[in-house]
Design a protein. Structure first.
Length: 495
């Protein structure tokens, strides 16, 4: 059923907008140009106009949450290294990192230079009719980095796209008789319809008709996996994040991964490792699964693979698996290259980013400074046990979990308040995050499922000094106590 269009001019203010010509005049016979904003107008757009266009054309519901955190008051004018600079000139320390998309920081000079060199040479971007030297070079580099025979690469633009490619490859390899996919509770693999089926979110999943060849088990529970496979011989693929991001930075026991690898080998099951967030160095190794001395059959990367300047994703598979699924001319294009998968400048950006990662020893920096940051957070947890429940993760993929709201209050009122804990989940983390940005110029992120967790994914170029700046700010916020944190937040909403 078609929705009826709202009348365009219900009020005087709306009529004024309608009466303004939306299309510039043109000579007779010429196609008129709509009233488009220019690049300069976009760059110089006032904050009020940004907010209005966001409501009119992007996501009015999202703006509600952005206002709670004070984001609607900020216009970012530039970004460099680990800092944003807003319209007032203040520098904001970025410990959010675009959910792990900024391993190299903002506008790394070598990455910018590589892109400019590509542009100045008028190099070709889309090479659907020809071979691309840039895609070939990037695929070679990824195969050189990946262990064992993870040699075959599919290039795309997003983590969801890479994970779709991974699951399609697994199904092609296993055939229709073993097409079921086992995934974990609290998993997040993307929002396109295929991988949404293995994303454990009732909010997302209830809105769409999804594929039904999936089986869910607790994360990190090898016995549950064994039981599920024994009960259902159609399971041919196990799909897991190596470190669960949306769940609040959750790791499985190291022995789980070795047991999983052996179980998959014994039962001819493919293991797909989702490294979209945890990969590209975030954990202190290029792939997080390298911490456990195991190798999956298929993996996926995205986010920081684009060097913070482009959308780039990759699926990487063992060669025998890829060749069985797509190795013949008749099957080669079943999941062939996407139009923008392997676009020239994006590939050059990723090629340079990977070289920067090793030339500047960013993996070692993430491991070393990330361990320091975790120890400093654990010190704060010991200092503020009524506020901080847990610190976890590795490298620059850390989770700081706050207590339920009732636990922050005097013991005498906790039983009564505990009934509100579920409704108030995420409140304290949100109040702390808001205070860090508002009063201390530090940006942090949150998690999808456990809203009590602040997700910390700063660039891999982060130094001890940046960590100290963040820890000092967080300590100051927490030292005020929960009453001050709440009252300051309420006051900020009135300003």
């Amino acid at each position: 059923m078609l929705l009826k269009r709202k009348a365009k001019a219900d009020t005087y203010e709306e009529r004024k907008v309608v009466e303004s010509p939306a299309i510039a005049p043109a000579n007779e016979g010429e196609t008129p140009k709509p009233k488009l904003l220019s690049v300069d107008e976009a760059i110089n757009m006032p904050l009020s106009r940004m907010n209005q266009l966001f409501v009119d054309h992007l996501n009015p519901g999202q703006l509600h949450f952005m206002k709670l955190l004070g984001f609607h008051k900020i216009k970012i004018e530039r970004a460099e290294g680990v800092y944003y600079t807003d319209q007032t000139g203040r520098k904001i320390l970025d410990f959010f990192g675009g959910f792990g998309s900024l391993s190299f920081g903002h506008n790394h000079p070598r990455i910018l230079a590589a892109r400019k060199k590509f542009q100045d040479g008028n190099r070709h971007e889309i090479a659907m009719a020809f071979l691309s030297q840039y895609a070939a070079a990037l695929a070679h580099n990824l195969a050189a980095i990946a262990p064992e025979d993870l040699d075959m690469v599919f290039l795309g633009s997003s983590g969801s796209e890479a994970m779709e490619a991974a699951l399609k490859l697994a199904e092609r390899y296993q055939g229709p008789e073993r097409s079921k996919v086992l995934f974990a509770e609290n998993a997040f693999h993307g929002k396109t319809k295929g991988v949404l089926s293995v994303t454990d979110s009732p909010l997302y999943q209830s809105q769409f008709k999804l594929v039904d060849n999936v089986v869910k088990v607790p994360f990190g529970d090898l016995e549950a996996i064994r039981n599920a496979v024994a009960a259902d011989p159609e399971i041919g693929t196990i799909c897991l994040e190596t470190i669960q991001g949306g769940a609040g930075i959750v790791e499985a026991d190291p022995e789980f991964w070795k047991g999983l690898r052996q179980f998959c080998d014994d039962n001819d099951i493919l293991w797909v490792a989702d490294e979209v967030q945890s990969g590209t160095g975030r954990s202190g190794k290029f792939f997080a699964f390298e911490h456990y001395d195991v190798v999956p059959d298929i993996t996926a990367l995205a986010k920081s693979l684009g060097g913070g300047k482009t959308a780039m994703a990759a699926m990487i598979a063992r060669k025998p698996i890829y060749m069985k699924a797509y190795g013949k001319p008749a099957t080669a294009l079943i999941h062939g290259p996407a139009t923008f998968g392997g676009i020239g400048e994006a590939c050059v950006t990723s090629i340079e980013a990977l070289n920067v990662m090793y030339d500047e020893e960013l993996l070692d920096n993430a491991a070393r400074v990330g361990a320091y940051m975790k120890s400093q957070l654990q010190g704060l947890a010991a200092k503020h046990p009524k506020l901080i429940k847990d610190v976890r993760g590795r490298g620059f993929m850390l989770g700081l979990e706050f207590q339920d709201f009732s636990k922050t209050m005097p013991a005498v009122v906790r039983p009564a308040l505990s009934m509100l804990d579920e409704k108030l989940k995420g409140s304290l983390s949100g109040f702390v995050g808001s205070a860090l940005l508002r009063d201390h110029d530090v940006l942090v992120a949150f998690t999808e499922y456990n809203r009590n967790v602040v997700r910390l994914q700063p660039p891999l170029i982060t130094t001890h000094q940046h960590v100290d700046q963040f820890i000092a700010a967080l300590d100051k916020v927490l030292s005020g106590g929960v009453v001050k944190i709440v009252t300051d937040f309420i006051k900020s909403q009135r300003d």
